[in-house]
Design a protein around this ligand. Structure first.
Ligand code: FAD
Length: 461
């Protein structure tokens, strides 16, 4: 149970003890390749050190955390920045859409965390369990208290598969898959290859999610795959989404309605997956407009996009979060609304834009400038424009490159109609974006296409 020491401090002594036991057991359970990776990482990380203090602590070493740490560890120098991150592997998650469609190998979507975190930053290989913003501390699973002058929260968004009855167990059964997790993404490709006939069903949950286009990208890829392999006539492709629209930005939604019409895909709006019954191969959906109405659909393939929410350790710290549990930041400056030495980046914040790595890139430059100003005793003045992007892959050689702001207005880089399916955009997504991520963004160099957009629109956008 949570114990609040005083307003703003959310400390969990019992969970710390439990966590120590769990991390001990986890070490015992490690095997084979994981053990070698864990030992390599142990040599690089500093999780054995206790109660340290840093000028900047970054919580989470994913897209936003890694990019931020790269910027500030080179600016502030060795030993000044710590990244608290428990994972052995850093994944480029946008690649999982292509992994699910058999276009990329899963192994190519990840790199050892020790290789991507900046060498000038200290890696504390631990899970943060609670925050104490009044005393400028975070607590880790093994009982460390890490003090900071400045904190950047970059925890991402939490996957909650267990909020759907029958999951995650049903992933052990044929045809149930999900591109959203490293545990289940390979199963998508397997399910697609094994599909012979029947319903291929794709879901979108009734919560905020990361990359809101990904639940339907894999559907278009599946459609294309089945056509190429002569199985499309025997398949019914069904997209059941909790949303009242196919996509949040009208320009791209219009284009996508055209695609589903041309390809004979069934779209049911306001339908939320609530149960998977693997024995009978049935998926149960609730009609969100008439909650008493449940619809059961037989599936041969079921691609699940899980409900998602704010990470538990963050959600438990009432003074840091909004009513939904996301980090409460000023949507323009990315500074916390109450704690001026706390900033946020990426999926864990309540910035009202679509949660993507592209948005993280756009936020990186703003965070870099505003945190630097704050460190110099000045007020943050730089504003994030809400830029986000979703390369809507619609097959094995086509993509609609959606780019828009936090008000749902298109904010396109190229002076062409980006709502059109194009091969060039497909190759941008498949062949160029991975390097932009690994080499540019994670090293703190890529801050989004703002200047390229201005140049290509002759300064008018
Ligand atoms: P993440 O990159 O998820 O990083 C969060 C980090 O926090 C992780 O490393 C995690 O281990 C760590 N963490 C979690 N809990 C703790 C804890 N308690 N203590 C310490 N650390 C913790 N984006 C695009 O721009 N384009 C796309 O085409 C695209 N497609 C996608 C397709 C799929 C299938 C998926 C899953 C995502 C896609 N995204 C896409 C979204 C993109 O990957 C995320 O929006 C982006 O990674 C968010 O960055 P982040 O730093 O906020 O979170």
């Amino acid at each position: 149970m949570l114990q609040y020491t005083h307003s703003g401090s959310c400390v969990t002594p019992n969970s710390l003890v439990l966590a120590k036991m769990l991390s001990h057991n986890r070490v015992l359970l490690l095997s084979g390749r994981n053990t070698i990776q864990a030992l390599q990482n142990a040599a690089f990380s500093t999780s054995y050190k206790f109660n340290k203090s840093y000028q900047l602590v970054v919580v989470g070493g994913g897209a936003g955390g890694c990019a931020t740490a790269a910027k500030f560890s080179s600016k502030l120098g060795k030993g000044k920045v710590a990244v608290i991150e428990p994972a052995d592997v850093h994944y480029y998650q946008p690649m999982w859409t292509l992994v699910g469609g058999g276009m990329k190998k899963f192994e190519n979507s990840g790199k050892p965390m020790s290789k991507v975190l900046p060498k000038n930053a200290e890696w504390i290989k631990q899970r943060v369990v609670s925050f104490d913003p009044n005393n400028n501390k975070v607590m880790t699973e093994d009982g460390q208290e890490i003090s900071y002058e400045y904190l950047v929260v970059a925890l991402g968004i939490q996957l909650n598969y267990d909020q759907i009855k029958g999951l995650p167990d049903a992933f052990e059964t044929p045809g149930v898959c999900s591109n959203y997790s490293p545990l289940y993404v390979k199963k998508t490709w397997e399910s697609l290859k094994n599909f012979s006939e029947g319903n291929a069903v794709f879901s979108f949950p009734a919560t905020p999610i990361k990359c809101a286009g990904a639940p339907q990208k894999i559907m278009y890829i599946s459609d294309d795959y089945l056509r190429k392999h002569g199985k499309r006539d025997k398949a019914s492709i069904i997209y059941n989404t909790s949303l009242p629209v196919i996509f949040g930005v009208k320009k791209y939604a219009d284009a996508l309605w055209q695609v589903v019409k041309e390809r004979g895909i069934t779209v049911n709006l306001r339908h939320n997956l609530i149960e998977v019954k693997p024995e009978s191969k049935e998926a149960v959906f609730q009609n969100l407009d008439k909650p008493e109405e449940l619809k059961t659909i037989k599936y041969k393939m079921l691609h699940v996009t899980p409900p998602m929410g704010a990470p538990d350790p963050l959600r438990s710290c009432g003074s840091l979060v909004d009513s939904a549990g996301f980090l409460n930041v000023n949507k323009n400056t990315l500074q916390h609304v109450d704690y001026s030495n706390v900033f946020g980046i990426g999926d864990c914040t309540n910035v009202p834009t679509s949660k993507t790595a592209a948005a993280v890139a756009g936020q990186c430059g703003v965070l870099r400038k505003n945190l630097s100003l704050t460190m110099a005793g000045k007020s943050p003045v730089h504003h994030y424009d809400g830029y986000t992007s979703c390369p809507l892959v619609t097959g094995y050689s086509k993509c609609i490159l959606a780019e828009f702001d936090m008000n749902g207005n298109p904010l396109e880089t190229f002076p062409i109609n980006q709502a059109k399916e194009r091969r060039t955009m497909f190759h941008l997504k498949k062949d160029m974006m991975p390097d932009m991520y690994w080499l540019g963004m994670l090293n703190g160099y890529w801050e989004g296409p703002k200047y390229m957009r201005k140049l290509l629109h002759l300064g008018f956008k």
